[in-house]
Design a protein around this ligand. Sequence first.
Ligand code: F6P
Length: 319
Amino acid sequence: MKKIAVFTSGGDAPGMNALIRAVVRSSIAKGIEVFGIVGGFSGMIEGNIIKLGRKETANIISLGGTILKTSRSKEFMQKGGRAAAAEKLKNNGIEGIIACGGDGTFHGAHDIWEEHKIPIVGTPGTIDNDLYGTDYTIGFDTAINTAAEAIDKIRDTADSHGRVFIVEVMGRHAGFIAMDVGISAGAEFIAVPETVTNLDQLYQRILTQGKQQRTIVIVGEGDEVGGATTFAQILKDQYEIDAKVTILGHIQRGGSPTVRDRVLASHLGVASVEALLAGKTDVMIGEINSKIAYTPLKDTWSKKKPIHEYQIQLADILT
Ligand code: F6P
């Protein structure tokens, strides 16, 4: 294998640039040419492929976002889109690909391997931390730190006024962000999609705090009750509690990556080049117990990564 390409796809995550940098540097060290596909799967279909070297990837380790841009491509979900992309890759002499993204990215990566036999490995890049086969995903640590910092600020005003605040965090169908942010921010209640949310229990917590005292409630956006706005409406209609709503939104996706995310991305970037050169394909390169782990791409979305039971119990004791 003499020519490989790297791309980022789906929701951007802080640390993706550190991964790109690591892929480029380890490729150069191994004497292979490395290219970047600009714009995720859309860029692959368009053949938007650029040569990467040390110069192009200098000074990017501390940058949030992705210098290679990203997309959620509907066209790539169709066979025709994937065939067009495969043709562009073959025309450019690309012999192996490193994809960085979440489960949507890995579906596409798996399909292009199945249908066109272009070797491809995935690296977990999503703030949601919802991929089976890795303890942490690139971007998760930065996102929870950003959210916790924001909630510390909300706590100041909540405390001064003695108000109930419902803060909604991202995570799609998973509650990893909500759980860690809730514990680290000292929230009084944490609602995650993985457990059944008991609104009477929430009401009791508010009463325990005192109706005129601060209560911070963290809601994962995928909770079965709904988002923060729904929580506030229910509190008003059923319990006569006025609550303020804050939706942290995309602020959680930006910013300079933390040291943990930079190191994880650097490990996985180097390991993904080594995996391709060792003939691996259709697998995600993750890290479990600080060791590189290879998981079939299919397992990353078909198997569920649970929130550990001890963490759920911990949240219950501490909130
Ligand atoms: O998967 C990352 C994520 O930020 C989720 O937490 C969120 O639900 C989703 O992406 C938002 O996607 P978009 O930026 O396309 O609206």
